[in-house]
Write a protein that binds this ligand. Sequence first.
Ligand code: PLP
Length: 399
Amino acid sequence: ASQRLASVSTAPPDSILGLTEAFLADTNPNKMNLSVGVYKDASGKTPILECVKEAERRLIDDESTKGYLGIDGLPAYREHVRQLVFGDRVEADRIAVLQSPGGTGALRVASDFLVTQLSPIRIWMSSPTWANHPAIFNAAGLPSDTYRYLGSDRTSFDVDAMIEDLDTKTSPGDAILLHACCHNPTGIDPTPDQWKQIAETVAMRQLLPLIDFAYQGFGDGLTEDTLGLYTLLDAVDEAIVCTSFSKNFGLYSERVGAVCLIAADAGAMKASQSQLKAIVRSNYSNPPRHGGAIVATVLDDAKLTDQWKGEVEQMRQRITRLRTDFVTTMKTTGQGHDFSFLLPQRGMFSFSGLTPMQVDQLKQKHGIYIVGSGRINVAGMSEEKMQQLCDAVAAVLES
Ligand code: PLP
């Protein structure tokens, strides 16, 4: 029989998950993985939140069916997403919320929507951005291009360069990808004034914002982190927002997110909602129940909601503390190194400014794994290993 599969070539490994494979194989007893974007507590674990454990106990007792959800997911979950993300900022009848398998699933559904409903359309991404963004757009057949984001020092946001690119390169009707907060991979977010500038340009250039909101609560707080999003929504009538509870509920493997579409009026929302549902139906048909049910159970209950907010705040503060500790420790390590540019950065990641060669040395000589771009998962640092980390970084910088 002829072998059709013999001609299939091997796909390149995922750049970040591939690093974890190398990490697991490393026999260095002091090895440290600061590449993958998961939160870790002081004991190095990615914990299940207490509020989630309690919600799951209740679900085991009370859940009465594993029957299919609707194409757009659990109604209670969708309503909580709407309230949490949009509050009273946008009229409820202008927002369609569909529960999705994580933020990634939401981004894919949004991409399919842009391609099938609004083509020809191109999407503009910050350079750099999360590596999966271009991969998702590419898989959906959505043409993408980049706007400048980082200054030449690679440690600050160059808003003028971004605006210039939007002003001179985009066409009316193009989409623009924005990170609502905790920009991945840089950790560098626009200031409130810069958000205003961006929003004005987005409106003037008639761009459709696709807002990736994967880290609500990890920047300045659950409410505070909506600032950029609300500034945009004040300037435009239409947007798509992709949210995720992977990080702020620690529900990574449960795949819980939502794609939210905001239209100018209820009629336009309904039509787009029907198209989003058609896209879902022929893709994964309907979302998984468990993770959405956990979130709905927590947010349906005032006490559990308070507990959740407390747990998010703890994670947020721990990340901020680790970032500050790193900066402080670097100052007094080796010849002393000034990393104070990390302090305004937000979220799990920081761009360290380390070069690919220095990143490689950290891995080869010290068993410390960070992404080639110099992106460090701050949430993966620990107090216990802070000096060891800083010794290694200083050694690499001074070699
Ligand atoms: N968007 C960004 C910027 C992310 O960093 C991530 C996760 O790493 C996601 C979206 C999607 O996460 P998930 O699909 O796990 O919810």
